[in-house]
Each structure stands twice: as C-alpha cells, then as structure tokens.
Design a protein around this ligand. Structure first.
Ligand code: G3P
Length: 225
C-alpha cells in the first residue's frame, strides 16, 4: 500500500466489463508500471470484489469505490472501513455520482476512515455540495458534474468555472483538503488544464478503462503534469 500524493491521477475502474475478475489486476499493473516509469502518483479504484487482489499485486495507492459506515460485526453485505483497510487499500471513494449517499452518512464514513488511517475521497456534483462536504474535512474532494461523466468533453473545457470555484470554495473552508476534478477527462491537455485551474489532480474512468491502449492513454494523461 502506498500513499496518495498530489498531483495525482486517480483511475476509477467502475464496474466496466473490461475490469471483471483478473482483468482488474492487469489494468492496475499497467497503471503501476506507468507510475514507476514517470514518477507520477497514479491511484486506482478497482471493483470492490477485486480490491484485495489488486492491493496485493501493486504498490501504487489502491482505493475502494465505496465504504459503508458500519463497525465490524452484524453488517451483512456492507463494506466496512475495517474491511477496506484489511484488503490493503489506502483509502476510499465516498459518495461517487453513481453511488450517492446523504451528507450525514458521508460525515460518518469520513470520520470512521480517519480513525483507521484511511484516506477519504468524497465526490461532489457541484460547488455547493463540495462546500457542504468540506465541513467534514476529508483529505480529498473530487468535483464531477454528472452530466459530463462518461462523455468526451472534459469538465475543464465544458465547465472550467466549476473546477476553479470548487478549489476556491473548498480551500476557504479547509485549506488542507486537496481538490481533484473529473468527468470527461481523457488527455494530457485536460490534466494540464485541471492543474491550471487549481486542482491537485484528476479522477477519471472511461479515458483509461475503455481505451483500446490504456498504457498510451495513461502516458498521455501524466504528460499533462
Ligand atoms: O469517477 C470518475 C468518473 O465518474 C468520471 O468518469 O468516464 O467521465 O472519466 P469518466
């Protein structure tokens, strides 16, 4: 397990068929090799079923795609922070656009992660939501407008203001929080624009997972840093 440092490129594998089973580890190994080669911090969020296998196979930061605010014990089917840690992950996404939860649940997840030394990365769909979750002081907030997720136009092109406004607003609540942006991020130019807008990196998925050559996609992405 290694630490998620900024600037960071974080690849969310989602539940794409391309990362079913052993293929999640194969893609994580490509991410690790590009990270080793370039010195850029690349984090990966494999499907929860593959979290332990991926974390055992690579030395780059591995994050869960989700966590639930339950203690070990009677919590059938829930993903506890303790399980995430035991699987070898260094942190977890919380409140991804495809896995929304209430602010009160976000707060409990962030706090339980903190108790275990796990890094929480809370996703927010708007500046307002980012400000609201910043009050929990997660280590990371990732702003992603839902309408741009999975598309070919980067948030940095379609709505650069949401990135710069989120950075300013979050930092004014807690300057220790690092802000990533995501949705439609595909190229090194998109990453460069994100950094120019004040972000500490990007969170992306389809640009790597669905690319016919993920390695070349990653090399292009990290060239933007
Ligand atoms: O978690 C990252 C994701 O929501 C953005 O997806 O495919 O637009 O990079 P994508």
């Amino acid at each position: 397990m290694s630490e998620l440092k900024t600037p960071a490129v974080v690849v969310n594998f989602k539940a794409y068929a391309e990362v079913d089973g052993l293929r999640a580890t194969s893609l994580a190994e490509i991410c690790a090799s590009v990270s080793d080669e370039t010195g850029v911090c690349i984090g990966v969020c494999p499907p929860v079923a593959e979290l332990g296998a991926v974390a055992r196979s690579v030395g780059i930061p591995v994050l869960s795609q989700n966590v639930d605010p339950y203690a070990p014990g009677s919590a059938t089917g829930w993903m506890t922070p303790s399980m995430v840690k035991a699987a070898g992950a260094c942190g977890t996404l919380i409140n991804h656009s495809e896995h929304r939860i209430d602010d009160s649940v976000i707060g409990r997840c962030v706090s339980m992660c903190g108790d275990l030394g796990l890094v929480p990365m809370v996703c927010a769909e708007s500046v307002e939501r980012a400000v609201s979750v910043a009050s929990f002081s997660p280590r990371f907030i990732a702003v992603e407008p839902p309408e741009l997720i999975g598309g070919d136009i980067s948030v940095t092109t379609a709505n650069p203001r949401i990135v710069s406004d989120t950075v300013d607003a979050v930092k004014s609540v807690d300057s220790r929080i690092s802000v990533l942006c995501g949705a439609g991020v595909k190229t090194g130019k998109d990453v460069e624009a994100a950094i120019g807008l004040g972000a500490d990196g990007v969170l992306l998925a389809s640009g790597v997972v669905k690319h016919k050559d993920p390695r070349s996609a990653l090399l292009d992405l990290v060239s933007g840093l």
